[in-house]
Design a protein around this ligand. Sequence first.
Ligand code: ZN
Length: 235
Amino acid sequence: MNHVLILSGAGLSAESGIRTFRNSNGLWNEFNIMEVCSAEGFRKDREKVLDFYDMRRSDIKDKVPNAAHFMIAELKKSFPEEIHVLTQNVDDLLEKAGCPDVVHLHGTLCDLRCENCFNIWNIKYESIKGKKCPECKSSNIRHNVVMFHEPAPAYQTLYKTIEKTSSGLFVAIGTSGYVIDAGGIASCFNFSILNNRDPEPSMDNMFLKVFHEKATSAAPKIKEIVVKFINSGVF
Ligand SMILES: [Zn+2]
């Protein structure tokens, strides 16, 4: 079987208006990232961090998936065994596009997590305020997004998927390579494609094919290469 691992990052959702920390109108300007997105910040001011994630959750309610999300969803539906969809994004745009079995490496905004029994449940775009764990009724609940200096359990899935698929094709879309070393992953694979809007030579060099353009404009080209690769093994 010709496996394809698709790893996406903030660049995939940028065109849908999802704000990130690193882009130009990014959240950097309004928030101190270590206060709202780190384990230390959470210990220091729990309320502030929960409010921050409440805002981000309600922020994605009206956002809609773009052509690149739909491209990934269609590939996954057409080739459920061959395609492996992993994302660094915590939004739900791949799900909104109809993509099944998305692995969220950094968690999910629409879920909450119980710190008492570790239950995870979906609250869509609601506030955490006044909520209790539906399983154990504990109020000791939090956002289900991985913060800085916290373990990211889903990375085990990433490593296992790389091991299983590295004789195939790796596709990285809209990821800077700062948090997850996409260039390093590419070097494990026989074939690789990178799509980022801006050049980043140290990372670009690790990939066989590079598209410097928006995710929506690269999407049809990526789809064509992936379908051909799955059907014939030719890159
Ligand atoms: Zn619980």
